[in-house]
Structures are given as C-alpha cells and as structure tokens.
Ligand binder design. Structure first.
Ligand code: ZN
Length: 89
C-alpha cells in the first residue's frame, strides 16, 4: 500500500479519517502494519500490502490476532486495547 493512500482511507464503522499508521517500520510502500481509528479504537491490518478495512461482522479474528503477534512496535492501545479484539487478557 502506497503511503499516499492513507489520505483516502476511513474507518468502515464510523467513517473517521485519517487513520493512524503503526508497525510499518517506516516502509513505503507499506507491506505489513496496522491502521488505527482514534474515534472507535478499532485496528485494521495491512497484510502483504493490502489494507483490510472490513466491518466487524466480516472480520477474521484468528488471522488478525496472528497479524498483531507478528508485528513489532505496536502501541498498547492497539495490542492491549484495540477493538474488536486484542492481545490483552
Ligand atoms: Zn472507527
């Protein structure tokens, strides 16, 4: 995902914009990372360069948990408090 795409992406649940980018290590294009909505606290993965911006009922919990475990440098608001699920507890 080209970093300039960030300007065009919004949270699918509340349309909040812009989304925060984490865990990309400064790469451009971004191959692996997380987009975070500061409005609702949801995160969305960027996997193999593709941002996965799906509403809750279409999300894949197992794949997203694996994604979180595989990334370095994510803030706790994503890893421990991110919605709809996180690595806390
Ligand atoms: Zn949101």
């Amino acid at each position: 995902m080209n970093k300039s795409f960030l300007d065009m992406l919004a949270c699918p649940m509340d349309k909040h914009h812009p989304l925060e980018l984490h865990g990309d290590g400064g790469a451009d294009p971004i191959m692996e990372g997380v987009l975070y909505c500061t409005e609702c606290g949801r995160f969305y993965m960027i996997s193999e360069g593709i941002p996965v911006l799906l509403p809750d009922d279409l999300r894949n919990r197992a794949a997203e948990m694996d994604h979180l475990r595989g990334l370095q440098g994510l803030p706790e608001k994503v890893t421990l408090r991110g919605r709809p699920w996180n690595l806390g507890a």
